[in-house]
Design a protein. Structure first.
Length: 121
């Protein structure tokens, strides 16, 4: 649940960043990158626990969207601060989808195989 909460915070932050970019009349490519990131973050949250296909597709989608966001952000002529924030949030989203939201972490598998402490001899 904690990973989903952080993903929601990232999605809302990207949406606020897109609105801020439009308000300060920054390049629309940067606002499009932020909006794309926010939409995909929310989509990933919806499909995070939907099975094996979603667990495989989610990190690939996040990485693809991060690359698109990075290209749009770097080619824009916006403020360096807004570009840096877009890249930071995009990288955080891609990293989180590969680690936190993944259902097949080794630590989860180890914990599932071990019996509870109360039943150990």
């Amino acid at each position: 649940m904690q990973g989903k909460l952080w993903a929601i915070v990232l999605g809302v932050s990207l949406l606020i960043l897109a609105i801020t970019g439009v308000i300060v009349h920054s390049d629309l490519r940067l606002a499009a990158a932020d909006l794309l990131g926010a939409i995909v973050v929310m989509a990933v949250i919806v499909v995070a626990d939907r099975g094996r296909t979603a667990a495989i597709a989610m990190p690939i989608l996040a990485t693809t969207v991060f690359i698109i966001m990075a290209v749009l952000a770097v080619t824009s002529r916006a403020s360096h601060l807004l570009v840096a924030l877009t890249l930071a949030f995009g990288f955080a989203f891609a990293f989180m989808s590969w680690t936190t939201l993944s259902r097949t972490r080794p630590s989860d598998r180890r914990g599932a195989r071990r019996p509870p402490l109360a039943t150990r001899p």
